[in-house]
Structures are given as structure tokens and as C-alpha cells.
Design a protein. Structure first.
Length: 71
């Protein structure tokens, strides 16, 4: 949650406590430091795959109207 949303470590601690998980904000910080780079690498990899596999969008102008001729 800390990585996905703009939350503080204490906010994450409170959210987990509401769900019945007793954990300190220091534990959240530890796991963020340990797993954050792994999550970031996966997100970058999936984003790159999606960009490569998706259609390449291009646009062009079909018609043009000279300035001042619109009435």
C-alpha cells in the first residue's frame, strides 16, 4: 500500500491494524526497502511489455481549412 498509494508508514500501520494485522511502521519500512525495488522492476517490465505489444497510435490531419474562411 505504501508503494501504490501516497501514504505514510504510520498510515499503512493503521490500515493494517484495522484489518487485524499488528505490525509496526518500522516493519513496513523494512519491507518497503527490501521489496520496493523488486516491485518497481516488475511494474517497469509490465509497462514496457504493454507498450511494445499494444497498437502504435498515429494520427494525421485529413483536411485543413484556411484561416478566416470559416463562417
Amino acid at each position: 500500500m505504501y508503494v501504490r498509494f501516497p501514504l505514510s508508514l504510520r498510515n499503512v500501520e493503521d490500515l493494517l491494524h484495522e484489518r487485524g494485522i499488528d505490525i509496526s511502521h518500522e516493519s513496513v519500512r523494512f519491507w518497503r526497502q527490501r521489496l520496493g525495488p523488486i516491485f518497481a522492476a516488475e511494474i517497469r517490465k509490465k509497462r514496457a511489455e504493454r507498450l511494445r505489444s499494444g497498437p502504435q497510435w498515429r494520427w494525421h490531419l485529413d483536411e485543413s481549412v484556411p484561416r478566416g474562411s470559416c463562417t
